[in-house]
Each structure stands twice: as C-alpha cells, then as structure tokens.
Design a protein around this ligand. Sequence first.
Ligand code: GDP
Length: 210
Amino acid sequence: MNITTAVFETSAVAEQSYPLTPLPEFAFIGRSNVGKSSLINMLTRRKGLAKVSGTPGKTRLVNFFLINGTWRLVDLPGYGFAAGSKQDRAAFNTSAADYLEHRPNLAGVFVLIDSRLPPQRLDLHFLGWLATCSVRSALVFTKTDKEPRRVRANVAAFTESLAEARLSVPDIFLSSATKQTGRSEILRAVDQALGPQATHMRGFLPGDRT
Ligand code: GDP
C-alpha cells in the first residue's frame, strides 16, 4: 500500500466524539513505551504524526488518523502506565476498552509487543481480554533491531505463553522503527483486510448492529 495522505482527524475520550463516517479502522495498542508512536510514524512516513512520548502514559486519548481518505489508523492509549493518579489510570483504560468493545467499524487490531522483553503478564492479560471482543488481531513485535537471538527467543516464548493460556496465536509481524522494517508487511495486511471491507468490518456483519 502506498500512503499518499495521512491526516490527523480528531482525538476523543468518549464514543460521542468519534468520527461519524463509517470508514474501516485499524487500531494500534500496546503497553506504554512499546514504540507505538514510532511505529505509526514509520507506517505513515510522517515523522511527527504520533507524538513519540517522553512520559509513558501521557496520552489518554483515542487518536484518529485518516489514511488515503479511505481508512483510519487509530492510536489507542497504551495500557499499564504507572504515572498519574488512580483516576487517570481508570479513565485511560476505559477509553481504549470502550473503543475496542463497541466501535462498529473496527476492522482489525495490531497489538504491539516489545521484542526485547520476555512475555509480560500484562500483555497476555490484555490479549485474553481482547479475545472476548470479537475482532481480528495481529501481533507486532517492536524494536527488533538489536540482539536478534534474544528477539527470536522472546517471540517464541510469547507464542508458547499464548498457547499455555489457550489463546490462539494471531499473525505475527516483526518491526523496527529505527531500521524501518516491517512496514510493507503490516501495510499489506491492512490492504488485504480492506479488500472486501464491508464484510470485514464487524459492525457490518449481519445482526451485529445495535
Ligand atoms: P510509545 O510510548 O509506545 O508511543 O513509544 P515511543 O514510540 O514513544 O517509543 C518509546 C521509546 O522506545 C523511545 O525512546 C523510542 O526512541 C524507542 N523506540 C521506539 N521504536 C524503536 C525501535 O524500533 N527500536 C529501538 N531501538 N527503539 C525504539
């Protein structure tokens, strides 16, 4: 896929403020500091589109970016950040959860996992919860530019942990924003999902409208 335009559309905390036009949306989520902003900037080739954060968990908003005028890339708040008050934390998690549970035009979720770390309980917990959301997902292992052996071991351990938790292993992508790798594979997956889009948007499945 060739990205010709990538434009920030809006930020929202609550569903009432989400964009109205029913374009297919692909969401990106992961633990704070996983490299989500860097990945989004790499995918769109717009350096400052998503803010690369100094403060983990600073962003609590759902950010919508309109891509090529035909689909949206949705930057969801990261989970598990330590900074901020308890109230902040609740609001933060709620806005991502609300989006993932209810957004009818959600076509797929890319869950970002830090390839430098062994399986993290929080990621596995999140994937367990996401499995209840009836939406297609894929894993993107980030920061794969250093220590390839460790990356391979962590990816293998993660898929094993998924199996142990009786969770299915979704498609896996390896990426590095530093080395600009994984971009074409991820965008190809979006392209494929966009094909017969109406049937892939969960809100467009018969009987799925509320
Ligand atoms: P976010 O909080 O998930 O949006 O993560 P950021 O994109 O802000 O990145 C968090 C930190 O990881 C920053 O210090 C980035 O420079 C670093 N980082 C992000 N992507 C990569 C990558 O592909 N390779 C390496 N080595 N570091 C990365």
